[in-house]
Design a protein around this ligand. Structure first.
Ligand SMILES: NC(=O)c1ccc[n+]([C@@H]2O[C@H](COP(=O)([O-])OP(=O)(O)OC[C@H]3O[C@@H](n4cnc5c(N)ncnc54)[C@H](O)[C@@H]3O)[C@@H](O)[C@H]2O)c1
Length: 379
């Protein structure tokens, strides 16, 4: 089959730059498509480091200004893997230049930015997608299949948390490389837009729209040195956030995220309780789905731990033999595979910018509720 080349301009070579570069490089070895991605250029502000990255990943060219990559005729797709304050400007410019755009989450620093990005890609009619990769963990996709098949029945409860502990030290600075997540101007918000955005995207994908929220946030360390502005500066991001939510389907939810849960590095868990069955998933054991089915025969009824590695499990027929598990990096490969499939079939790949905007509306409502002390509409 003659494949259509998809020439990618990758912006950012950090944590996500590496996961994306790996995904474009690997996808064609495991998934069939009429489109073949090629990493054509990488852009980052530090030319020497971008060049080293390009050599490591076999990328032909390097730019240090994203405007140049967006203007190039030999690029079809702009992939935004840079910090949150860059997303809006790059995405809008890329769409106006007629490029397809894929963007890291959260889409914007707030829903106003995200809405402008949605308008730009829809006006330009270009393919677009946001990297909410946890949807593509096979066990989470299996949960979606079971819910859509009605195996849980009416859903009563949704419970999610995402716990880390890397900002407890009071002498950790804010701002700059590796620490931009602590700087509100760059990140938009703290754990709400960073960690809870993932939980919210998965939750709405599995259980439908969130109608209203009531949240609380805290900033435990009030001042930190700022690596760019210099001196001690006020910390204005939320270090921790917990919120209650009502879904449009009538179910109740609790969400919690923090970077102050000593001992936890990336504990993302979700639990869903339905009339007939319950589901539990834990990122630390990402290849397992815990499933309780009340219809099971009484004496042996209990929680089953499904090892999601068999050929009839989502995505797994593309990988090894049954029983051998895959990991975190594969979720990004699956996301590229689904994007390419969308291009083959002329269909959007989820979540589109518009679908990801819904998450930013929820995070905005949570932060507003934390200020007003009232329930806020999330749509
Ligand atoms: N999907 C996920 O699970 C996930 C995980 C981590 C981060 N993210 C998101 O990915 C994005 C990047 O996060 P990260 O952890 O990779 O950050 P990082 O700090 O590791 O890397 C950021 C990269 O962006 C580059 N950069 C910064 N400003 C730039 C500019 N103006 N022009 C060009 N390049 C620029 C930096 O040089 C660096 O290469 C953020 O939006 C973040 O929220 C998503």
């Amino acid at each position: 089959m003659t494949k259509k080349q998809l020439r990618v301009g990758l912006i950012g070579y950090g944590f996500m730059g590496r996961t994306h570069a790996n995904a474009y490089t690997s996808v064609g070895h495991f998934f069939e498509s009429g489109h073949a991605p090629e990493l054509t250029a990488v852009c980052a502000r530090d030319g020497a480091r971008a060049k080293a990255f390009a050599e490591q990943w076999g990328i032909k060219s390097v730019e240090t200004d994203w405007r140049k990559i967006v203007a190039r005729d030999d690029i079809d797709l702009i992939d935004i893997a840079s910090p949150n304050d860059t997303h809006e400007e790059i995405a809008i410019a890329a769409a106006q230049a007629g490029k397809m755009v894929v963007c890291e989450k959260p889409l914007g620093r707030n829903a106003t930015e995200s809405r402008a990005m949605v308008d730009a890609v829809e006006k330009a009619g270009v393919a677009n997608m946001v990297w909410y990769n946890y949807r593509r963990v096979p066990a989470v996709t299996l949960a979606k299949q079971l819910i859509d098949e009605g195996r849980l029945g009416r859903i009563f409860h949704y419970r999610a948390k995402f716990l880390q502990d890397w900002t407890i030290a009071a002498d950790l600075p804010q701002g700059g490389e590796g620490l931009w997540r602590l700087d509100k101007d760059v990140a938009g918000s703290g754990v709400t837009g960073d960690l809870l955005a993932h939980c919210i995207d998965t939750a709405m994908w599995l259980n439908g729209a969130i109608d209203s929220v009531s949240g609380m946030t805290e900033t435990f360390i009030k001042e930190r040195t700022h690596t760019i502005k210099g001196g001690m500066q006020k910390v204005t991001i939320d270090d921790a956030c917990a919120f209650l939510a009502r879904f449009a389907n009538g179910s109740l939810a609790t969400f919690e995220a923090t970077r102050y849960a000593r001992g936890h590095k990336a504990l993302y868990t979700l639990e869903i309780n339905g009339e007939n069955a319950s589901i539990f998933w834990d990122l630390h054991d990402l290849h397992r789905l815990e499933f309780f089915d009340h219809k099971d025969e009484g004496r042996t009824r209990g929680w089953r731990s499904v090892h999601v590695t068999d050929g009839d499990h989502p995505y797994m027929d593309h990988w090894w033999v049954p029983g051998l598990q895959i990991g975190y990096e594969h979720t990004f490969i699956h996301q590229v595979a689904d994007f390419l499939k969308g291009l083959d079939e002329g269909k959007p790949a989820a979540p589109t910018f518009r679908e990801a905007l819904a998450t930013d509306l929820v995070t905005d409502a949570v932060l507003k509720s934390a200020e007003t002390g009232r329930w806020e509409k999330a749509t």
